[in-house]
Design a protein around this ligand. Structure first.
Ligand SMILES: [Zn+2]
Length: 150
């Protein structure tokens, strides 16, 4: 299980190697995504809190990257953080997420991205529930839920 120390280590010393890489030009991404998905995932945008379609969805299933389909989170580690964004305590796999220090907005945060295609997902914070203590704060537009038995 990843903890905050592991996250800082990834952000400072380098990320785990993904199982595969997907790279496309901005034009290609633009043609594949909705304008809002493109703004958030490729231009590091943020959706308005409580606006996302997946905020209060807890159906069993797998959340994958909207850009490249790579599984990122499992519904069993989704929890209600009341932050206004879908929140998770762990990635589905240790190497599925990429971490980078983000000093915009005058504070140090850790940005989370899809480790396969570099899609911006949101940020991770050290104020999540035990045992990991992590809160992966993710834009609804960055992920899609594939429900179990679908
Ligand atoms: Zn991706």
């Amino acid at each position: 299980m990843l903890n905050w120390k592991n996250i800082l280590d990834f952000a400072v010393n380098g990320n785990p190697t993904p199982d595969r890489r997907i790279e496309k030009s901005d034009e290609e991404w633009k043609s594949l995504l909705s304008p809002e998905q493109y703004r958030i995932t490729r231009l590091k945008g943020t959706e308005m809190p409580h606006s996302g379609a997946l905020c209060s969805v807890y159906d069993p299933g797998i959340y994958s990257c909207i850009c490249c389909d790579t599984p990122l989170f499992d519904s069993t580690i989704k929890y209600s953080s009341s932050s206004g964004w879908p929140s998770f305590t762990q990635p589905i796999q240790k190497n599925s997420i990429k971490y980078e220090k983000d000093s915009t907005l005058g504070m140090i945060r850790v940005e989370i991205m899809c480790n396969t295609c570099d899609s911006h997902l949101g940020h991770v914070f050290p104020d999540g529930p035990e045992p990991s203590g992590l809160r992966y704060c993710v834009n609804s537009e960055s992920i899609k839920l594939k429900k179990k038995n679908e």
